[in-house]
Design a binder for this molecule. Structure first.
Ligand SMILES: NC(=O)c1ccc[n+]([C@@H]2O[C@H](COP(=O)([O-])OP(=O)(O)OC[C@H]3O[C@@H](n4cnc5c(N)ncnc54)[C@H](O)[C@@H]3O)[C@@H](O)[C@H]2O)c1
Length: 324
């Protein structure tokens, strides 16, 4: 498949590296409004563009990956879908629910695949823990509890009071859905507005369709250089704990001595890097698209994430729990 990358910053570079590893794909073009960035990633084997419309017209790629800043995913995705491309889009799909629904709806109308990059599902830690839960090792899931601390990405400046929900917690909302099933209500608290009114700390409480409950508490810190996060998923037969995405997974049974520990393969090292999960997701998308199989994390998962974000914002504004 002929593949192009739109947006060649930090993450676009990573998309390109993953595409180059795929036996099903050839990186044919890159695009960035800063042409030097597109050229740096294109190398000798792909063509660089400053305008994605020109890229779509001239290259006619089969697949496009989108790694522009959060508020600039919609137009390139819609144009690429309408040009007949399958699209792998960075999270969040969009900054409004209406736009996200339009994106997923357009993919369906055009008969193309749309994936959203909730790459944490492809990390060692969350992947292993999810497998243990599916195997019934903790019984029926009863609760989930997340804590998250991260630095503030520069592109969220001016992106509104709830940028932390859109840009960061969308990953963690997706994960609690993945572990616990559909979210049916949300209650949100926000604190510490910065000088532009952006809330830096958030506490979310959820109720799931199964009757399970959950929470995410997190915040952005100026100068924090990497994410620190941990998830505990509890069940009727035990609990599973994931530290730092993939550092360690602990499975606790009912008795104090029934503890199993799982770690990524430090000998070969590959799984220990956070962005390996992103590479794995891109590779999975390319392979499944080549085989005509829908993506594991679809545009509709991106839409649902934004429905929950919208519910959280409404909850904060109204000061009460919101049913979804
Ligand atoms: N999945 C993850 O773990 C993860 C991690 C970090 C960032 N992201 C997401 O990836 C996206 C990109 O983040 P980043 O850190 O690479 O940002 P970045 O600022 O490093 O890169 C964005 C690039 O897009 C380019 N760009 C802007 N407008 C464009 C346009 N109209 N056409 C073509 N190029 C354009 C910019 O010039 C820049 O080079 C964001 O949506 C972000 O939330 C995802």
């Amino acid at each position: 498949m002929r593949v192009a990358v739109i947006g060649c910053g930090f993450i676009g570079r990573r998309h390109a590296e993953a595409i180059r590893q795929s036996p099903y794909a050839e990186l044919v073009a890159t695009c960035d409004i800063d042409i030097t960035r597109a050229e740096a990633i294109a190398g000798a084997s792909a063509r660089a563009y400053a305008d994605y419309v020109a890229l779509l017209q001239k290259e006619k790629p089969d697949v496009v990956t989108i790694a522009t800043p959060d508020h600039l995913h919609v137009e390139p995705t819609l144009q690429a879908l309408r040009a007949g491309c399958h699209v792998f889009c960075e999270k969040p799909l969009a900054m409004t629910l209406e736009e996200a629904r339009l994106m997923a709806g357009t993919a369906a109308e055009c008969g193309r695949f749309l994936a959203v990059d909730y790459n944490r599902r492809f990390s060692f830690g969350y992947g292993k823990a999810h497998q243990l839960v599916l195997e019934g090792r903790i019984g029926d899931v009863t609760h989930a509890m997340f804590r998250v601390t991260d630095g503030i990405p520069p592109f969220v400046k001016g992106r509104g009071a709830y940028a932390f929900l859109f840009s960061m917690l969308t990953h963690h909302i997706d994960l609690v859905r993945w572990f616990c099933g559909e979210i049916v209500s949300v209650y949100a608290l926000q604190s510490r507005p910065d000088e532009e009114g952006k809330f830096l700390d958030t506490a979310l409480s959820f109720e799931f369709a199964s009757g399970a409950i959950g929470s995410i508490v997190g915040g952005w810190r100026e100068g924090q250089t990497r994410t620190i996060e941990a998830l505990e998923v509890g069940g009727t037969q035990g609990a599973v704990l994931i530290e730092d995405v993939q550092k360690r997974v602990r499975l606790h049974g009912l008795s104090p001595d029934s503890v199993e520990e799982f770690q990524p393969d430090y000998f070969w090292g590959i799984q220990t890097e956070f962005y390996h999960s992103l590479d794995t997701h891109v590779l999975s998308f390319l392979e499944r698209t080549h085989k005509g199989e829908p993506p594991l994390v679809s545009g509709w998962d991106g839409v649902r994430g934004l429905e929950i974000v919208a519910g959280a914002i409404e909850s904060h504004r109204l000061g009460c729990r919101v049913r979804l």
